[in-house]
Design a protein around this ligand. Structure first.
Ligand code: ATP
Length: 322
């Protein structure tokens, strides 16, 4: 009997060039204007034939990743199998390089990767639209992990419009020890809005809108204009104050990056990863070295954006699941 060969998919992390957060809706969610940029830090998800669904994870943060059916990659495999009336029999392996609970959509990346890998392994032949539909059911950031590049996300972030990017941007990501819970950061954002006296509901908070200056900077590939747009009004990330409130040491990380020459410093999504814009590859390398030496983060990693979305690797490149 010849088993189907394993399929490996490479999936990027994301940074939010802008995260505008509307008021708390009655259903507990917030409307967003979410400018996603896929960045060149990757997880690899391998799907191999098996008699039942199993999951393993490798990498420095592997111990923090759930191995049960709560793992988004396993849920993605089950969702695809259920739609196509097949058993979710697959051996999934995640080679994890994206920080866990770091505000870089690592779990979402694994879900998109598992979906694409299982579709190829099982020959389910799902259309792009079907895959995107399953992604949206799995989580707000999952559709973007599939498509990559740059996109504006509306609604909870899952309604995507692709964005033009006119060049390559050089970033450094300062990875913290320990993650932050995304729901806890949203709750803190609501709390800060309430204590400031402005209120936190959709009646109190203006509808979130993308920044025209930021979209223009991306389209032009203009690093200086992007730096200005990232820091206009303090930060383009409405969750930044909440993340810093829950993890005050992030203020030191942001200051260390700015002091070491970053053109802009923002918290990535719900944090605690901090993202720094650099002028070019050499500046990014120097900034990463300075940030690591500052002792304000666990590690600092240069990466470029935009990066491609979930991509099936050539068979000879694919790793064997273990
Ligand atoms: P986002 O930026 O989308 O808010 P994040 O990058 O902050 O997400 P994730 O790395 O996606 O956070 O992890 C959030 C939580 O999701 C983890 O604490 C973990 O319990 C759970 N989780 C489920 N599946 C995975 C997965 N495949 N990888 C990492 N975490 C996962």
């Amino acid at each position: 009997m010849s088993a189907a060969p394993a399929v490996t998919v490479r999936v990027p992390a994301k940074v939010n060039a802008q995260l505008a957060v509307g008021g708390l809706r009655p259903d507990g969610f917030h409307d967003l204007a979410n400018v996603f940029l896929a960045v060149g830090l990757y997880d690899e998800v391998t799907a191999a034939p098996a008699d039942e669904l199993t999951l393993t994870v490798s990498g420095p943060d592997a111990a923090q990743v759930p191995l049960d059916r709560g793992n988004l990659a396993a849920r993605a495999a089950e969702a695809l199998a259920a739609r196509h009336g097949v058993e979710p029999d697959v051996r999934l392996h995640i080679a994890k390089d994206i920080p866990v609970a770091g505000g870089m959509a690592g779990g979402s990346a694994d879900a998109a990767g598992a979906l694409l890998a299982c579709d190829a392994l099982w020959g389910t032949g799902a259309s792009r639209a079907e895959l995107l539909g399953i992604c949206a059911e799995l989580g707000s950031d999952v559709p973007f992990s599939l498509v990559g590049g740059a996109a504006l996300g509306r609604g909870r972030g899952e309604r995507l419009t692709p964005l033009d990017v006119g060049g390559t941007f050089h970033w450094v990501f300062a990875v913290a020890d320990g993650g932050l819970s995304t729901p806890a950061v949203y709750r803190e954002c609501d709390r800060l809005r309430e204590v400031s006296g402005g209120g936190a509901t959709t009646a109190d908070v203006p509808d979130p809108e993308p920044s025209a200056a930021l979209l223009d900077a991306l389209a032009a590939g203009d690093t200086d204009a992007l730096a200005a747009a990232l820091t206009a009004g303090g930060s383009s990330n409405d969750l930044q104050a909440a993340a810093v409130s829950l993890r005050p040491s992030l203020a030191d990380t942001l200051a260390a990056g700015t002091g070491a020459g970053a053109l802009a410093a923002v918290v990535s999504g719900s944090g605690p990863t901090c993202a720094f814009l650099a002028r070019d590859a050499a500046s990014a390398d120097a900034l990463a070295t300075a940030l690591t030496a500052s002792g304000t983060c666990r590690s600092a990693r240069p990466a470029t954006a935009p990066a491609a979305g979930a991509t099936i690797l050539p068979a000879e490149r694919g790793v064997t699941a273990h």
